[in-house]
Design a protein around this ligand. Structure first.
Ligand SMILES: Cc1ncc(C[n+]2csc(CCOP(=O)(O)OP(=O)(O)O)c2C)c(N)n1
Ligand SMILES: [Mg+2]
Length: 586
């Protein structure tokens, strides 16, 4: 059919069911943008393109659909890089559309000229470059197909003059992969290991969330009577109310999960790449069971055995594989049937012990934390203990909530207190670990699921990087609730200065303005919380306003400077100085 490349581009997005995009307008793609609305596509303008790409990520993660981001060539596109990297490590089907300098100007150093493919090379699964306007629909379609089949961001790079002209083209139909359970041999071998296991434990990862496999994971775990641990930052990969759930592994995770997996003889790691950060020692426990047989299931064969040694690697879709494994063991007598009751009792008692420990863990007890708690004695107004705040927030969380967390000390401690009943509910920056993630990601999630309550956590440092998107919440009616932990420091990094640099604080303090005041100036509602009793009611009221009146609220929680365990002690070493002038800096 005869059309312009702009029309071919837009029509291909329509055939991929695109209804929302995030970005900032620009001349580079104005010809196509002009027909977004009649095509049924809403372009949500943001404050900064990093926010747009995070929104696309959140949108994709909550809906399982494509998240789409677009911007002006050059700076609009380079502004997206950090957020696309985060989407890459979250395996999100984000399509980043990057209009580029026109072909007649390339290489001349013109305005906003940049070579945009290398910028995203490391953080995309596929890069489509429209090298001829006649191929606009073909490359657009391939980017949308590959984002789904490869489970990650793809880039569509379009020289800006290629939107114009006249082409004869057929709009391709979306091609979606029909995923399977994996090879017979590996499935049989895994089923045999499970049948012989005395103490099997299941690890449920992001692949379980993405493939919609929670029910299948549940059925398999129930047949085995196995404890189920969530992988790091995938707390929504198994329902927290289930008797077999034992919480997340890894940084600030659940001691119950770590103790239970430490004793496993067979681990079924379902839908997880077993990334390096996810199984780091924690709470002084090196819990990964080195002698256990590990069955790893991942949809990407390159992840099998990459980080952890495995006995059986299954290249399969978590859902299909769980079904295939259950089929193989359901009617058999399993070795672990004999001690099922005993194992269930053990799960219950480990969980109860961890809950009790959390209930009594009112504040951090290391020397630095005790000192900073002391510094406020006798002051007017309260500075709250982060752990107590996090427990109160947990208790006040609405049903069906979506929560995003940022990178920071308090946000990491939050991991122990975030529990979910259903998948696609918890969003964190995963392996890229960038501050400034939580608010825009939650906004994208809210656009995809306006019927669900949306809550973003951020430390005061990270909040500074992202809070301007509050303007977007207000301008474009995307109501969310943000909880800002005001502890006047870049706490997570300062913790390293406590542990390794003798409390020599360089660039770690943040003497802040009022975040409530800033939020109000941006047109949002704000609540300052400085007593523990107010934490839960503040969250409940903010969520009520969000759901009933479409109002965005920033809850500013005044916290002490105490600091929980650091991300990783393994990454730093004690300072050594050879020069006389630095001799005291050890
Ligand atoms: C974009 C980016 N810059 C810097 C860092 C390094 N970093 C990790 S945590 C952190 C401190 C976060 O401080 P804040 O948001 O106030 O949370 P807190 O640790 O105080 O709870 C920093 C600077 C990062 N992860 N990402
Ligand atoms: Mg802070």
């Amino acid at each position: 059919m005869k059309m312009t490349p702009s029309e071919a581009f837009v029509e291909t997005m329509v055939s991929n069911n695109v209804t929302d995009m995030f970005g900032i307008m620009g001349s580079a793609f104005m010809d196509a943008m002009d027909i977004f609305a009649p095509a049924g596509i809403r372009l949500i303008p943001v404050v900064h393109e990093q926010g747009a790409a995070h929104m696309a990520d959140g949108y994709a993660r909550v809906s399982g659909r494509h998240g789409v981001v677009i911007g002006q060539n050059g700076p609009g596109i380079s502004n997206c890089v950090t957020a696309v990297a985060a989407a890459f490590w979250a395996h999100s089907p984000v399509v980043v559309i990057t209009p580029e300098t026109g072909t007649m100007g390339m290489g001349l150093g013109g305005f906003q000229e940049a070579n945009q493919l290398p910028m995203f090379q490391e953080f995309t699964k596929y890069q489509g470059h429209v090298n001829n306007p006649n191929r606009m629909a073909e490359f657009t379609a391939r980017c949308f197909d590959r984002a789904m089949s490869e489970m990650g961001p793809t880039q569509l790079n379009i020289p800006r003059d290629y939107f114009y002209g006249e082409i004869d083209v057929e709009i391709p139909k979306p091609q979606r992969l029909d995923r399977g359970a994996g090879g017979e041999a590996s499935l049989n071998e895994a089923a045999e290991l499970l049948a012989q296991a005395k103490n099997p434990v299941v690890v449920s990862g992001g692949g379980v969330v993405m493939s919609g496999a929670v029910e299948e994971c549940k059925a398999l775990a129930e047949r085995l009577g196995a404890a189920v641990a969530n992988t790091y930052l995938h707390n929504d990969s198994f329902p927290a109310s289930h008797e077999l759930w034992c919480g997340p592994l890894g940084y600030q995770g659940s001691k119950a999960a770590m103790k239970l997996i430490a004793k496993a003889d067979v681990v079924l790691a379902l839908g997880t790449r077993l990334g390096p950060f996810g199984t780091l020692p924690q709470h002084n426990m090196d819990y990964w069971p080195k002698d256990a047989k590990i069955i790893q299931v991942d949809a990407d064969n390159k992840m099998l055995g990459l980080v952890k040694k495995v006995s059986v690697g299954i290249c399969g879709d978590a859902k299909a594989t769980a079904i295939a494994l259950l089929d193989r063991i359901k009617d058999k007598t399993l070795v672990c049937d004999a001690n099922k009751a005993e194992r269930l009792a053990n799960i219950a008692s480990e969980k109860a012990a961890w809950e009790e420990e959390l209930d009594n863990w009112i504040h951090e007890k290391d020397a630095y934390s005790l000192d900073v708690i002391e510094e406020h004695k006798g002051e007017e107004g309260s500075w709250l203990h982060p752990r107590q705040v996090l427990r109160e927030l947990e208790k006040a969380m609405p049903k069906d909530v979506m929560v995003s967390t940022d990178i920071g000390n308090i946000n990491s401690v939050a991991n122990s207190y975030l529990r979910f009943e259903k998948p696609r509910s918890f969003f964190a920056p995963m392996s890229f670990g960038n501050c400034g993630y939580a608010l825009p990601t939650m906004m994208g999630a809210k656009v995809a699921a306006p019927e669900r309550p949306a809550v973003a956590y951020a430390g005061d440092g990270a909040w500074g990087m992202s809070m301007m998107e509050t303007l977007t919440c207000v301008r474009h009616n995307i109501p969310v609730t943000a909880v800002v932990f005001h502890n006047r420091q870049w706490g997570a990094e300062k913790k390293n200065q406590v542990d390794f640099y003798n409390r020599r604080f360089v660039a770690g303090e943040l003497e802040n303005q009022s975040f409530a005041g800033i939020a109000q100036a941006m047109g949002a509602n704000a609540i300052v919380v400085d007593t523990l009793e107010d934490v839960g009611p503040a969250l409940k009221e903010a969520v009520r306003l969000q759901m009933e009146e479409g109002i965005t609220t920033v809850i500013e929680v005044m916290c002490t400077r105490e600091l929980g365990d650091p991300f990783r002690r393994d990454a730093l070493s004690t300072p050594v100085r050879h020069l006389e002038k630095y001799k005291d800096f050890v």
